[in-house]
Design a protein around this ligand. Structure first.
Ligand code: CO
Length: 286
């Protein structure tokens, strides 16, 4: 085996998520897709939802359309029922992932299937290349037990949702931007390293504790609720936990470098394609 030189990955900047609400009034934290970070090509939006107050989530996300991109739901706690206008339906349970390629269009709903208790997780929007925006819709529903957990050193557990960590490959397949999606859990004081795909845009979002990200002597402290945008030149991210249990997601994707025309749940390349999406939706062609 050849020894491969690695370049340490550094934090370019950090962004704090902003409280907002969406759907029929679900309270959430918008991390990508807000003033501080409009997008990080190919990622259009990242929402964290986390509440044990039923009033924050009970209204759910009734029927709404999507065209031109992918929605990725990662459930940490709680149960969400998913259904669409093509007869697909499923239950998202804790630890499960749904990678939905909306393509040319679906109309779906995402409704809580609980009336109390904690509901927590993420929804990430991933753009599709121009050539795939009108492809047939596709679902990858991944049960929790299908997501490999790598014991990556003392007190480190890495769930591999998409992409590769060492020799372990995640279950999500066939995605245009060749994503990496890891959920990293560190015991107090634990350290680990994550290999990032070369040339991808990458971020880390800390949702529990505090993580030091980057090489020793030049690491940035990233607190719960903060997203770190990583410099694109690096390919090895060093992660150190703090004095408390720490959890973060590390996500990377190949940038598309294509024009983005965006209107609510439609993400296309030109304003004409947005007008077409609205017209197709209004006349029931989804
Ligand atoms: Co949706």
């Amino acid at each position: 085996m050849n020894a491969t030189a690695t370049t340490p990955s550094r934090v370019a900047r950090t962004v704090r998520g902003q409280p907002t609400s969406d759907g029929a009034g679900v309270k959430l934290t918008r991390v990508i897709g807000q003033r501080g970070l409009d997008m990080l090509d190919p990622f259009l939006m990242l929402d964290e939802f986390r509440s044990d107050q039923a009033g924050d989530y009970l209204a759910g996300f009734p029927n709404h359309p999507h065209r031109g991109f992918e929605t990725v739901t990662y459930m940490l706690a709680g149960r969400m029922r998913h259904g669409d206008n093509q007869g697909n339906s499923g239950l998202l349970t804790p630890g499960s992932v749904q990678w939905m390629t909306a393509g040319r269009g679906i109309v779906h709903s995402e409704m809580p299937e609980q009336e109390n208790g904690l509901m927590a997780g993420f929804q990430l929007w991933v753009n599709l290349p121009a050539k795939d925006k009108m492809s047939a819709p596709r679902y990858q529903d991944i049960a929790p037990e299908k997501i490999p957990v790598v014991e990556a050193g003392e007190g480190v557990r890495v769930r591999v949702i998409a992409g590769r960590h060492g020799e372990t490959v995640g279950p999500v397949s066939g995605i245009a931007v060749e994503p990496l999606y890891l959920d990293v859990e560190l015991a107090p004081g634990a350290r680990t390293a994550v290999t990032l795909p070369a040339g991808h845009n990458a971020f880390a979002y800390v949702y529990e504790g505090t993580a030091a990200l980057g090489p020793d002597g030049a690491a940035a402290n990233v607190e719960r609720g903060e997203l770190a945008v990583l410099e694109r030149t690096g390919d090895e991210l060093l992660i150190s936990g703090s004095g408390v249990p720490t959890r973060l997601i590390v996500v990377a994707g190949r940038p598309l470098n294509e024009p983005v025309a965006r209107y609510g749940p439609f993400v296309m390349n030109t304003p004409e394609q947005i007008a077409e999406a609205i017209s197709d939706y209004q006349s029931g062609r989804f």
